[in-house]
Design a protein around this ligand. Structure first.
Ligand code: UDP
Ligand code: MG
Length: 310
């Protein structure tokens, strides 16, 4: 198999059929015969699965339909797709046609003509989102870059084409909290950054909102860095030092001048001292726990309910 195309789908009833038709048209019959389309139905609650079944029944090409028992998120869908992919090249693309399938051909051409590259990642040449959103995203990437050793290409999307060794490297990471942008950067390899234009979503709605993105950003930082824990320890130490200083000041003031309301500052400094020590110990404990917690639970990233393959 030359190409695997992974398509995560969550409530995309208005898009999947059109996506299938346009992909077949874009890739052409010859390439399609050597391509597998892997649709991952991420627990859609609309008619997406029924539409995928229809595509599966009527298609003359290789189509796989993996269906989750509930919504596990795009990251889980990507992992399932990568595990199922058999192609020498693997592409990841959204089902909503915001990423045109024609770009897959361009990415293939880059890898064909540049053997030194192992992957192509598309980035938006102009961001179509609001000013606030793009500001928040820029801040997030600055924070994560300063906290982790891996450099996450800021604008690069999940719309990618990967050679087999890259896919194998990604699959070799056993972690359960999967933050793809970090994983793509962590496995290394030479990645070509290709600009592309994002289309407007014509059917359905985006599954991301501000809070979901914020949660995603935090989980990304936690997955790729233990600095938050170190920071909490440092804050603890600083509070502790301030409290000691305050205590000394209170004692000296009382001894020399005899402070009439000494009870209040004593309370303040004690409170600071205690919360400082608490933060410090929680930080240290957390460092050990965070390492173990996710891995020891060892739950699968997703549950497959149905798997169709042809
Ligand atoms: N998606 C998914 N599971 C989810 C959320 C999204 O499989 O829990 C899929 C979705 O169907 C789409 C892709 O991930 O194919 C990108 O989602 P979306 O278009 O909502 O993101 P945006 O383009 O707004 O960043
Ligand atoms: Mg989209």
């Amino acid at each position: 198999m030359r190409l695997s195309v992974i398509v995560p789908c969550y409530n995309e009833e208005g898009n999947v059929k059109r996506f299938y038709e346009e992909t077949v048209r874009a890739l052409g019959d010859e390439l399609m015969r050597d391509t597998e389309l892997i649709f991952v139905n991420d627990g859609s609650r609309d008619a997406t699965l029924a539409h995928l079944h229809e595509i599966y029944e009527s298609s003359e090409y290789h189509v796989k339909v993996l269906s989750f028992s509930r919504n596990f998120g795009k990251e889980a869908a990507l992992l399932a797709g990568l595990r199922a992919a058999e192609g020498e090249l693997t592409s990841i693309i959204d089902a909503d046609l915001q990423q045109r399938p024609e770009y897959i051909l361009q990415m293939m051409e880059i890898l064909d003509t540049h053997p030194e590259y192992d992957a192509v990642a598309c980035y938006q040449d102009e961001r179509k989102e609001g000013k606030l959103m793009s500001f928040v995203k820029t801040c997030f990437y600055k924070v994560i870059d300063s906290m982790t050793d891996v450099k996450i290409a800021q604008a690069a999307s999940d719309f990618r084409l990967l050679r087999r060794p890259v896919v194998d490297a990604i699959l070799s990471l056993p972690e359960k909290c999967r933050f793809s942008k970090g994983i793509f950067a962590w496995v290394g390899f030479e990645t070509y950054l290709m600009p592309y234009t994002v289309e407007e979503r014509t059917e359905g709605t985006s599954k991301w909102n501000f809070w979901k993105l914020l949660k995603y950003a935090f989980s990304g930082i936690i997955s790729f860095s233990d600095k938050p824990l170190i920071i909490s320890s440092i804050v603890g130490i600083i509070l502790f030092c301030i409290a000691i200083l305050m205590m000394i000041v209170v004692v000296i003031k009382t001894l020399i001048w005899g402070d009439p309301v000494a009870g209040f500052p004593t309370l303040c400094s004690l409170l600071l001292l205690l919360s400082g020590v608490q933060l410090l110990s929680v930080g240290i404990l957390g460092q050990y726990m965070a390492k173990n917690y996710t891995e020891t639970k060892d739950r699968p990233v997703y549950i497959l309910k149905e798997e169709l393959k042809k």
